[in-house]
Design a protein around this ligand. Structure first.
Ligand SMILES: [Ca+2]
Ligand SMILES: [Ca+2]
Length: 181
């Protein structure tokens, strides 16, 4: 193989996308995210851990359409009849009433979807869920209860890194790329 031919091959390698590494293969794509339902009943901390194992986070609906997508995905996974509510990522674990990731009613202009009179801190509820009996509206629920969960990971359309060739035609190893090889 002559050197010129080798250079052409190496240039062709440029911009290889890291596939699958950032989201599980059974994820459901919507917009810039991929979602999957944790189909076992777990407490909120365990749910968060299961998401993290797939490099995901507990999902937080940030628009009505994202809320609808997650809710419909959940119903579909359980033939329209899930037996428990669904953990999402918002919580006021650190400080009572200081909700992380989900704004309170009237707090900002950002999307919120709390059910009537929620969050109410009933039984020391500190973790957010989509409430089956309220058609997916948000409820604060005790974190140690065991229910289903939804994970979300961002799917980027742009390449995370490029392989580059140096002046001598050899592959130049970009910084921070080692974890992808
Ligand atoms: Ca609380
Ligand atoms: Ca509640």
């Amino acid at each position: 193989m002559n050197l010129l031919y080798l250079r052409v091959i190496l240039l062709g390698v440029c911009c290889v996308r890291p596939l699958a590494a950032t989201h599980p293969s059974d994820g459901h794509r919507y917009g810039e995210s991929s979602y999957f339902i944790v189909k076992e009943k777990v407490d909120w901390y365990r749910a968060k851990y299961i998401c993290a194992e797939s490099r995901a986070n507990l999902a937080v609906p940030k628009t009505q359409s994202e809320q609808d997508y997650i809710w419909e995905l959940f119903l579909k996974e359980f033939d329209q009849n899930p037996s428990t509510d669904l953990w999402i990522g918002c919580n006021d674990i650190e400080e009572e009433g200081n909700w992380q990731h989900c704004p309170l009613k009237g707090e900002t202009n950002a999307f919120e979807n709390w059910a009537e009179e929620e969050p109410n801190n009933d039984y020391g509820a500190d973790c957010g869920s989509l409430w089956v009996d309220r058609n997916g509206k948000w409820d604060d629920y005790p974190c140690n209860e065991e229910i289903y969960a939804v994970c979300e990971t961002t799917v980027s359309n742009t390449p995370k890194f490029c392989l580059q060739t140096g002046k001598d035609g050899r592959l130049v190893s970009p910084e921070h790329s080692s974890t992808h090889h």
